[in-house]
Design a protein around this ligand. Structure first.
Ligand code: IPT
Length: 266
């Protein structure tokens, strides 16, 4: 029995941790995994066809896809079961996703509860559905508190982009009191930029990440972040895909996220 995983860049921490769980859970179930990494969403179709030619019995897709892209892949895969991890809840496909809106709100409410009002946003790439959902969630939470973002930038999920955009957000005369960052890797870069400018975290600025990937507790200071339980997501995905029977209707699960308060916020 073989499961196919189509994934975005495995050099990124979140997708690599998901792939790792998927691999071990599948092997535990006596099956194996074929992994295809795609650089661009438009490469998904070719990856899917290659995996189907290798007779995978189910497919898991962890690539940020718009509704139409996901729905098209699902129809190409049929009747092979296919499950998507990075789509919006409105896509008419099987999906298991984290609640991005809730995660964004938890991060924003955390810094608001600490009394911060000048809050900057470092979002992920505009091409990612999840990045867009987190940004919308932050903006809604700030608007509810009567606030506008005190700066906004987009990175590409890497620490290097967090470093560069962090410097941009810290360039003004009045630095933000908090920065909400769309993932932990970019938060790492932001903290490096703060250190270079002699800005104390959390003394002068609070930094919140998103993911809670395995190393975030080891950043300096240990990162406050929004936890996405990648292990649970990977395990439930494999179980559903390898299950002997599945319902006819779309299976759509939304997993809750939690705030992990460490020492990068005060
Ligand atoms: C999402 C991560 O939060 C982000 O850090 C980045 O790695 C991105 O994946 C890559 O596409 S998690 C995803 C399941 C929404």
């Amino acid at each position: 029995r073989t499961l196919g995983l189509i994934t975005t860049d495995l050099a990124l921490h979140a997708p690599s941790q998901i792939a790792s769980v998927v691999k071990s859970r599948t092997v535990e179930q006596g099956a194996s995994v074929l992994i295809s990494m795609v650089e661009q969403p438009d490469r998904c179709q070719a990856a899917l066809q290659e995996l189907l030619a290798q007779r995978v019995e189910a497919l898991l897709v962890n690539v940020p896809l718009d509704d139409a892209q996901a729905e098209r892949l699902a129809s190409l895969a049929s009747p092979v079961p296919i499950l998507f991890l990075d789509v919006s809840g409105s896509a008419q496909v099987n999906s298991l996703v984290f609640d991005a809106e809730q995660g964004a709100r938890l991060g924003a409410e955390h810094v608001l509860s600490l009394g911060h009002r000048r809050i900057a946003l470092l979002s992920g790439p505009e091409s990612s559905v999840s990045a867009r959902a987190r940004l919308t969630g932050w903006k809604n939470a700030l608007a509810q508190a009567g606030l506008e973002p005190a700066g906004e930038a987009h990175g590409n999920w890497s620490a290097a982009s967090g470093y560069e955009k962090g410097h941009q957000l810290l360039a003004g005369a009045k630095i933000p009191e908090a920065i909400l960052v769309a993932n932990d890797q970019m938060a790492l870069g932001v903290m490096r930029a703060c250190a270079e400018k002699g800005i104390a975290v959390p003394g002068q600025i609070s930094v919140v990440g998103f993911d809670d990937t395995a190393d975030s507790a080891w950043f300096s200071p240990p990162l406050t972040t929004v936890r996405q339980a990648f292990r649970e997501a990977g395990e439930r995905s494999v179980e559903w895909l390898l299950a002997p029977t599945r319902g006819e209707k779309h299976w759509q699960v939304q997993l809750p996220v939690t705030l992990v308060a460490r020492h990068s916020t005060a």
